[in-house]
Design a protein around this ligand. Structure first.
Ligand code: SF4
Length: 217
């Protein structure tokens, strides 16, 4: 990365870290998905020492490669709701079990400059786990998710994140054909539950790992 861009993003991420910490989140800043993976495995995981781990669908989490590493650990029971070859009923049951794990991993649709996480879910398991249930939550956030305020967060999600996710998941929704949200009534609608996580409660239950790369949608 060019030096001036490096300085720009480093300052933006440090400013965001400060705001998130004021909102009771624990925060780490990493420079890449690779460094994030190392940081999580070597520094966070030994301290958290979870018996059980689950996760919500997240391209950013996928970019870190962490799930491949966690599945190899005998000391952890990894509840994987997207494992290949399981039925829709089993997926729902695993998502339910994922709400009471020691550690839940996920991404966020947006993070505001004043340190709030904004999300919109189809099923709701991801925002449920972020809100309550798992003892600890780690949220992986690429720098492209930073927006100025709540209005910009909601705009980003409905204008970009939701339609592109619908395309990624091959949904049968109008936005897949037009690229625009029409606030559809489709049975396959992926936009069902909004959450705004203004603060972590209890303090530092949620850790935000900021990553100095564009990751996810
Ligand atoms: S409400 Fe419907 S059309 Fe709009 S983004 Fe969500 S799934 Fe697509």
């Amino acid at each position: 990365m060019e030096k001036f861009l490096e300085s720009y993003w480093q300052m933006r991420l440090e400013a965001l870290k400060e705001q998130l910490e004021k909102n009771n989140f624990a925060v780490a800043v990493t420079q890449s998905a690779q460094e994030c993976s190392r940081y999580f495995m070597e520094e966070m995981l030994p301290k958290l020492s979870p018996d059980s781990v689950s996760y919500g669908g997240s391209m950013t989490l996928g970019s870190t490669g962490l799930l491949d590493r966690l599945v190899e650990l005998d000391s952890i029971r990894l509840i994987a709701p997207n494992a290949p070859g399981i039925s829709p009923e089993e997926k729902i049951e695993l998502r339910r079990q994922g709400l009471v794990v020691d550690l839940y991993l996920t991404g966020t649709n947006a993070v505001t400059e004043d340190g709030c996480l904004v999300n919109l879910d189809m099923i709701g398991n991801r925002v449920a786990a972020l809100t309550f249930g798992p003892k600890k939550v780690v949220v992986f956030v690429g720098r492209n998710k930073i927006v100025s305020d709540l209005e910009s967060a909601m705009y980003r999600i409905k204008d970009y994140a939701a339609p592109t996710n619908a395309m990624r998941l091959n949904c049968k929704t109008p936005c897949v054909k037009t690229s625009e949200c029409t606030d559809c009534k489709s049975p396959g609608r992926i936009c069902n539950t909004w959450t705004i996580t203004e603060k972590s409660y209890p303090k530092e239950r949620v850790t935000v790992v900021l990553i100095n790369e564009d990751l996810g949608l």
